[in-house]
Design a protein. Structure first.
Length: 282
């Protein structure tokens, strides 16, 4: 993503730092996401995702608010829930390479990061593992948010047009469902969720395996560099000792040369005085 000025860049980074989805990422990793992610602006009423359309991109709501919609048996859109900044959408289609299971419509001016499958795979292993960990967290929270009592109330109030009604017990709660319409859908949804979980687990394990491999290579490279550093340190120490010994020999040599110079001067002076002594004797 290109920015007109540094202020605009810093604004996006600050916005990302406030969102829970990105709280496990370092500043450098946020910079990398900002380089790769393709942000898109949506106006009120504009569809971010369309149910039934094929797509393998992950959408992260950065600013604004959106609404999840899903068609019923009469092809009428029903409101499922609202989504807020920091939530990701489209993760099921990304993991299963399937069509969108619901539509998402902006209900205020919204900004969304779009990361496709190839961009996600381009992240380094550690960062990729964080992305999948966040997706897993989102899915886990959605599962925990389902209130089983709400399902019981729905089962008690539902009317089946075909008249075929079956009741099953789960613990102390009774569920009613229609054999012809509801059970098959629930089984399909359960199978889809199971596939999603398996796919997500495999991707996380793959990312963790790659992270361990990279860490092992990094450790090996580190110890190799450490040995080279120690060797260079020993060589440097040896060179320092040689330099010290050379300086010592140089000083001794200078002292010897000075002594030799003095002896030479004394000898010359003696030679000059010696002829005079001979003349005096004569």
């Amino acid at each position: 993503m290109k920015f007109e000025n540094k202020g605009e860049h810093d604004k996006w980074i600050s916005m990302m730092q406030t969102l829970e989805y990105f709280n496990q990422f370092t500043d450098n990793e946020l910079e990398e996401i900002l380089k790769i992610a393709s942000p898109k602006k949506y106006q009120v009423g504009e569809y971010i995702l369309a149910e039934g359309k094929a797509s393998t991109s992950l959408f992260i709501l950065i600013k604004g608010k959106a609404l999840i919609l899903q068609k019923n048996i009469d092809e009428e859109e029903q409101e499922i829930r609202e989504i807020f900044p920091g939530e990701c959408i489209g993760e099921v289609a990304l993991l299963l390479n399937a069509s969108r299971s619901a539509s998402v419509k902006a209900i205020s001016e919204s900004y969304v990061f779009v990361i496709d499958e190839q961009q996600l795979d381009s992240f380094e292993p550690g960062m990729k593992a964080k992305m999948f960990r966040q997706i897993a967290t989102v899915l886990a929270r959605r599962l925990l948010s389902y209130d089983i009592n709400q399902w019981r109330e729905l089962a008690e109030d539902i009317k089946f047009p075909c008249g075929c009604r079956t009741t099953i017990e789960v613990g102390d709660i009774e569920f009613s469902y229609c054999d012809q319409h509801s059970l098959e859908k629930k089984q399909a949804d359960a199978a889809k969720l199971e596939r999603t979980g398996r796919s997500l687990t495999e991707k996380i394990e793959e990312a963790q395996k790659e992270t361990r491999r990279v860490k092992s290579e990094a450790d090996s490279e580190y110890f190799s560099l450490l040995e080279k550093y120690k060797l260079m340190e020993r060589k440097l120490k040896s060179m320092t000792e040689i330099e010290a010994e050379r300086d010592k020999l140089t000083k001794e040599n200078e002292r010897s040369m000075e002594k030799l110079r003095q002896v030479t001067i004394e000898f010359i002076n003696y030679q000059k005085l010696h002829p005079l002594q001979k003349k005096v004797e004569q």
